[in-house]
Ligand binder design. Structure first.
Ligand code: PLP
Length: 397
């Protein structure tokens, strides 16, 4: 009989020649346990997904309860499913009134697709403005707004009418015109290596969108659900986007995404043509039940409120290390930039050997990613940082 490892390499499609290939038997809180019994502290939360930790008991309870009621019933929007409507209402209760109408999908890329379609449909315009170094997903629409040619160009032709501008450069905002349907931005560029938008720029961008009638789309797939210290990163800037895109941390480990806007904007998807966006599984009841429980945990345990202090502890322990060239963070979304790609690669490998899961960024090969579950405690941060410091002490630059 083939081992799971052999099955992995023989039958599972791979998109990398060097997958991490850790065989995990169990996950709980911030810990993963390998098939060989080795324990790993998860410093990346499954890439900003498991904000409440792996298998949070409240999330598991909600999933089990829903399993005993029903699974899939009908395509999206035909049946009244309590988990969907309760989740949408809960999201509306923590968002500004103009973000009160939620369309549920299965992933971040799908939520981006929906948001781009909605902006085009509402404005009747064809152009989208996006940012250099942006990551919005891997489907053809979300790939079209990606700001990195290496991953995009081999798949041309993609969507027409996409323009890219530079993050935080107010002089390029003139590219947004009366032909622009929407502008899509990550408030903290994740895959670029944790680059935060400045408050002045967000205000200027919001103003430019108001002047031109372009819809402002915030992709908070990575920044959402407390990751940056606010429930949503847009709250830091005193502005409200026209469309909010969510996924990853929404589901407490289950696959779900959402794009959220006002009832007025969203209603354009139900007329001329009706069924302007369709999904079979979007808003799956088990995922919605998990997402609602997950959201309640984030709120009740005040996880977002604790993020700044935890972030400050990481910074205090790591930023001054001689192997660290630059240190960027927004809450618990952290990039530790080393002096070379080789140093970053070696550090990630050594971390795994030491039982610490970190990662690279897609567009910033010199930096390592730290984005732990928000439930990580101060003692666990100290433990993880001490391990990392010992590895950095020995890393060749
Ligand atoms: N948007 C951002 C900012 C992301 O980081 C990602 C995934 O990493 C996506 C969209 C795409 O999400 P998914 O992988 O769920 O399709």
């Amino acid at each position: 009989m083939l081992s799971n490892r052999e099955l992995f390499y023989s039958f599972l499609a791979q998109t990398s020649e060097a997958p991490l290939a850790l065989e995990i038997e169990h996950a709980e809180g911030i810990w993963l346990t390998g098939a060989d019994g080795k324990k790993y502290l998860d410093l990346i939360a499954g890439t900003s997904v498991s904000n409440t930790g792996h298998r949070h008991p409240e999330v598991l309870k909600a999933i089990r309860t829903q399993l005993d009621r029903y699974l899939h019933l009908e395509v999206y929007g035909e049946c009244i499913e309590a988990p969907q409507v309760k989740l949408a209402a809960k999201l509306a209760s923590i968002l500004p009134p103009s973000l009160s109408n939620t369309y549920l999908v299965n992933s971040g890329s799908e939520a981006v697709e929906g948001a781009l379609k909605l902006a085009k449909r509402f404005t009747g315009r064809g152009e989208i403005v996006a940012f250099h170094n942006a990551y919005h997903g891997s489907t053809q629409g979300s790939l079209s707004v990606m700001g990195n040619d290496d991953l995009k160009v081999p798949f041309y032709p993609l969507l027409p009418g996409i323009k890219h501008i530079t993050f935080n450069r107010a002089d390029e905002l003139e590219v947004i015109t009366g032909n622009t349907a929407g502008v899509i931005i990550e408030p903290v560029q994740g895959e670029a290596g944790v680059i935060s938008v400045t408050p002045e720029y967000v205000k200027a961008l919001r103003n430019r969108c108001n002047e031109t009638g372009a819809l402002l789309i915030f992709d908070e797939v990575q920044t959402g659900f407390g990751r940056t210290g606010n429930m949503f990163a847009f709250e830091k800037y005193g502005i409200v986007p026209d469309i909010l895109v969510l996924a990853k941390g929404l589901g407490g480990g289950m696959p779900i995404g959402a794009f959220i806007s006002s009832m007025k904007i969203m209603q354009t998807l139900s007329r001329n043509p009706a069924l302007g966006h369709i999904t079979t599984f979007g808003g799956h009841p088990v995922c919605c039940a998990a997402a609602l429980a997950n959201l309640e945990v984030i709120i009740n345990e005040k996880l977002a409120e604790q993020v700044e202090a935890k972030s400050a502890l990481f910074r205090k322990m790591l930023a001054g290390h001689p192997a660290v060239k630059d240190y960027r963070s927004s809450g618990l979304m952290i990039a530790v930039e080393l002096h070379s790609e080789k140093a970053a690669e070696e550090t990630v490998q050594q971390c795994i050997k030491a039982g610490l899961i970190t990662d690279w960024f897609l567009f910033n090969a010199c930096s390592i990613r730290i984005a732990p579950p928000l439930i990580i405690t101060e003692n666990e941060i100290i433990y993880a940082c001490n391990l990392l410091i010992r590895i950095l002490d020995d890393i060749k630059q």
